[in-house]
Design a protein around this ligand. Structure first.
Ligand SMILES: N[C@@H](CCC(=O)N[C@@H](CS)C(=O)NCC(=O)O)C(=O)O
Length: 235
């Protein structure tokens, strides 16, 4: 019923986990972002920002097909479609949206830039070119971990006492924290929450989606496609 266009990155995993949690039928279509699949004209008609994840629901509103990009919009849509993982009304619904937006506007962009400066740029540029970016985004990651630590000290899940799409959005970005300079031991409540989410059968199943699909290496060609001039030529 749903075509999933995605890859095994944190933003992709959010939707993989949501599909596993809700039990919706789907067909996965791998989009290898190192190989440039995100610039294929057919993909751009679904996701004009050349980013995964994206979906096409053949049975969208009014029984018509609906194409959607942006992981937060997809999580929201699938939650409303199934009536799962987002309270139907009241304050609890806005609490989930609040933490979902916290992920979309804070955790995703900042953790992504920390990955960029600490891993990808660090392999290619001299220390003096990356040090400011690395420090800036590592500090932002730690600040955001501090916000989550405080929240999760008083709440079982990020939006309150129930697991929701806000947890699904944040969880994949908390895998491999050492890549972003985070020691989990400094954030015991985030660690407790992470382990609880990580152990859910649907999260384990979602993490397996598209796992093992052959992928392009992160070589000069891939760098140029993702971060260099090729991304402009390909549009
Ligand atoms: N705000 C977007 C971000 C999506 C995003 O950045 N996706 C990355 C992978 S995690 C991507 O497709 N990158 C392709 C590229 O950089 O060309 C969302 O949450 O869906």
């Amino acid at each position: 019923m749903i075509d999933l266009y995605s890859w095994t990155t944190p933003n992709g995993r959010k939707v993989h986990i949501m599909l596993a949690e809700t039990g919706l039928d789907f067909t996965p279509h791998p989009i290898d972002i190192r190989a440039g699949d995100q610039f294929a004209p057919e993909f751009l008609t679904i996701s004009p920002n050349n980013r995964i994840p994206a979906i096409v629901d053949r049975d969208g509103p009014g029984g018509k097909p609906l194409a959607l990009f942006e992981s937060g919009a997809i999580l929201h849509y699938l939650a409303e479609k199934t009536g799962q993982l987002l309270p139907a009304d009241g304050a609890a619904r806005y609490r989930v949206m609040e933490w979902l937006m916290f992920q979309m506007g804070g955790v995703g962009p900042m953790f992504g830039q920390a990955n960029h400066f600490r891993i990808y740029a660090a392999e290619r540029f001299p220390e003096e070119q990356i040090s400011y970016g690395r420090e800036r985004y590592t500090l932002e990651v730690k600040r955001l971990y501090g916000v989550m630590e405080k929240r999760l000290a008083d709440n079982q899940y990020i939006a309150g006492d129930r697991y929701s799409i806000a947890d699904i959005a944040i969880y994949p970005w908390c895998r491999n924290p050492e890549r972003r300079g985070v020691d989990q031991a400094d954030y015991p409540n985030v660690l407790r929450w992470f382990n609880q989410v990580d152990a859910r059968p649907a999260v384990i199943a979602g993490n397996r989606i598209l796992e093992g699909v052959p992928r392009a290496d992160m070589d000069d060609k891939a760098w140029n496609i993702m971060f260099g001039a090729a991304q402009f030529e390909k549009r």
